[in-house]
Write a protein that binds this ligand. Structure first.
Ligand code: NAP
Length: 248
């Protein structure tokens, strides 16, 4: 491996926003490692094929990011093989929407564990190595839902609001070691996650978005990439809104 090549880990990199982030980083020819969880590897195989086509050294790992021990095993393998992680994008996330009155404890725990605990798991596991190297960039994918609160998303909104607090606290802890920690809070982005929503819901969101369109995965990936670039080296502990003005 060329020592000047950045080692980038993208959780949930198999599809949607995570795939777009991996493809954006590919422009600088780094090593890219994606983590995903589905038994069906179709999406992760597609992402690897896209990266391979660009001549990128890449690998995918099946790891449940909500499990601390699975995450530790994952990063042990990454460090053993590549020696370091320069950039961590904590992107994996799910929704289990339901009004609070009907929300099961299982769906509360599932969303909190996959969306929020995963960020604790991944960040805590790799931060020691970043501190040792005195460099690193971490971007956590939050959501406008954590800022405005969305009816039917008490679990999701809580997990995404938690990510923002986590981001700021850890940014303060590691800034002196040359590590930046930021969050990107996308608004309504067209992916499989939002394709599942009824047309009426999409229409009502569109009316509330000043820029008058849904976001694209590229809108998010461009911002994430910039936050991990030299141009953003004086930015840490920030929540960057990519939402067409839905929340200001
Ligand atoms: P998506 O298309 O549903 O992709 C979710 C990704 O997370 C997949 O790669 C999935 O892997 C992975 N994942 C799910 N559970 C996992 C687990 N336990 N361990 C490891 N990986 C797991 O979602 P998306 O729309 O791209 O969203 C990506 C992030 O952006 C999420 O954090 C989401 O909350 C956030 N976000 C999205 C929107 C939006 O409008 N789409 C808006 C705001 C924020 P598999 O392919 O293996 O299942």
């Amino acid at each position: 491996m060329d020592n000047s090549q950045r080692v980038v880990v993208v959780t949930g990199g198999s599809r949607g926003i995570g795939r777009a982030i991996a493809l954006k980083f590919a422009e600088e020819r780094p090593v890219i490692i994606i983590a995903h969880y589905d038994q069906d590897e179709t999406f992760s195989d597609q992402t690897l094929a896209m990266l391979n086509e660009k001549g990128i050294r890449c690998e995918s790992f099946k790891v449940d990011v909500s499990s601390k021990s699975a995450v530790e095993t994952f990063f042990d393998s990454v460090l053993e093989k590549y020696g370091r992680v320069d950039t961590l994008i904590n992107n994996a996330g799910i929704t289990r929407d339901c009004l609070l009155m009907k929300m099961s404890e299982r769906d509360w725990d599932l969303v909190l564990n996959i969306n929020l605990k995963s960020i604790f798991n991944c960040t805590q596991t790799i931060i020691r190595s970043m501190i040792k190297n005195r460099r690193g960039t971490i971007v956590n994918i939050a959501s406008v839902s954590g800022q405005i609160g969305v009816a039917g998303q008490a679990n999701y909104s809580a997990s995404k609001a938690g990510i923002m607090g986590f981001t700021k606290a850890v940014a303060r802890e590691v800034a002196s070691r040359g590590i930046t920690v930021n969050a990107v809070a996308p608004g309504f982005i067209q992916t499989e996650m939002t394709d599942a929503l009824p047309e009426k819901v999409v229409e009502s969101y569109l009316q509330q978005i000043p820029l008058g369109r849904l976001g694209t995965v590229q809108d998010v990936s461009e911002t994430v990439y910039w936050l991990c670039s030299e141009s953003a080296s004086y930015i840490t502990g920030q929540i960057i809104h990519v939402n067409g003005g839905l929340y200001m």
